[in-house]
Design a protein. Structure first.
Length: 283
C-alpha cells in the first residue's frame, strides 16, 4: 500500500488507517484476524480512543506482536491536565504499550473547549509533559467544527490534524477547504475522517452498518469515487469506517488508487446535491 509522509514528522503512514471501531464488540480471535489481515495489506497506521467501546481492550493484544512496526494513535476527550493524564495512562495499559506515536485531543467542536484545553491546567499541558517524558512522540487533535480546528492551529504547533475531509460536506456545504489549506500551510500531518460517509442517519432509521455513526456510501463503486476524492487532496491517510467490510473496500481502492478526475468530481458534486442531511448537520 502507498505510504505518505505525515507532515513535519517525517513518518510514513499507509494511506488507509485502521479505525479502532473495526474491532469494537468483536471476539479476540476476530480482532487478531482483522489486525493481521490489515498489516498483510500494508496498513501500518492504527487509530483508537477510549470512546470506542472495548476497542482498546481488543486492539492491544491483537497489535502487540506488531507494535514496533506500527504507528499507533490514541485520543482523549478529557479537557484538563490531570484528567488527560489519567486517560493516557489507562489507554497505555489497555493497549499494552509504553508509548503512543500520536496522542490527540479528541473531537473538539467549540471555542470554549479550545480555550480550556490550551489554557492553564488544560489537557495540552499533559500532552507536552508526556512528550518530554517520551510517553508520546507527536501531538495532534481531531475536531468536528471548522472554527475549533482553525482556532487550535493558531494556539499551538500541532503535528497533525484529524478532520472530516469528506466529499458530500466539502462539495455541498463548502466544509473543509479552509481547514485543509491552513493545515497544509503549517506543514501538519493531515488525516481524514469520514471519507466514506454519505449522510447523517435519519431518526429511527434501521442501520445497515450499526457501528457507523453516519450512513456510509451505498456500494463499492461509489466508495471508489469518494475515497479517491479525499486521497486526491494533500491528505496523508484516511481512517477506515467502523466495519471490516468497509476497511477491505478501502484497502482494495487504495491498491488501485488514481487521483480523481475533474469529470469524476463533477459526478460527485451532482451526487452531493441530492444528499439532504450531510454529516455536518450532526457534527
Amino acid at each position: 500500500m502507498e505510504k505518505r509522509t505525515l507532515g513535519k514528522t517525517g513518518e510514513k503512514l499507509s494511506i488507509i488507517g485502521f479505525g479502532g471501531v473495526v474491532v469494537m464488540n468483536e471476539s479476540a480471535r476476530d480482532s487478531a484476524r482483522y489486525v493481521s489481515e490489515a498489516i498483510g495489506k500494508g496498513i501500518n497506521y492504527f487509530d483508537v480512543a477510549p470512546q470506542y467501546g472495548d476497542a482498546q481492550e481488543r486492539l492491544g493484544p491483537a497489535l502487540k506482536s506488531y507494535r514496533k512496526d506500527c504507528f499507533l494513535a490514541c485520543k482523549t476527550l478529557k479537557r484538563t491536565r490531570d484528567e488527560a493524564f489519567i486517560d493516557l495512562r489507562r489507554s497505555l495499559k489497555l493497549l499494552k504499550t509504553d508509548y503512543f506515536d500520536l496522542y490527540q485531543l479528541h473531537g473538539l467542536s467549540t471555542l470554549k473547549e479550545v480555550e480550556t484545553v490550551t489554557g492553564p491546567g488544560g489537557a495540552l499541558e499533559a500532552f507536552i509533559e508526556a512528550r518530554e517524558k517520551g510517553i508520546i512522540r507527536y501531538i495532534g487533535f481531531s475536531a468536528h467544527s471548522e472554527e475549533a480546528a482553525l482556532a487550535l492551529m493558531d494556539k499551538f504547533d500541532f503535528d497533525s490534524i484529524l478532520f472530516p475531509f469528506s466529499w458530500a460536506c466539502w462539495l455541498k456545504d463548502g466544509f473543509g477547504p479552509e481547514v485543509l489549506g491552513k493545515a497544509e500551510e503549517k506543514n501538519m500531518g493531515i488525516l481524514a475522517l469520514k471519507a466514506l460517509a454519505k449522510r447523517a442517519w435519519d431518526k429511527g432509521e434501521e442501520k445497515k452498518w450499526p457501528k457507523c455513526w453516519y450512513a456510509p456510501v451505498d456500494n463499492y463503486e461509489e466508495a471508489c469515487l469518494t475515497l479517491r476524492f479525499t486521497l486526491s487532496k494533500p491528505v496523508t491517510s484516511a481512517v477506515s469506517p467502523s466495519h471490516a467490510e468497509l476497511l477491505w473496500w478501502a484497502c482494495s481502492i487504495a491498491d488501485e488508487f488514481k487521483p480523481i478526475t475533474e469529470e469524476e468530481t463533477g459526478i460527485l458534486r451532482e451526487k452531493a446535491k441530492a444528499v439532504k442531511n450531510t454529516i455536518t448537520s450532526s457534527l
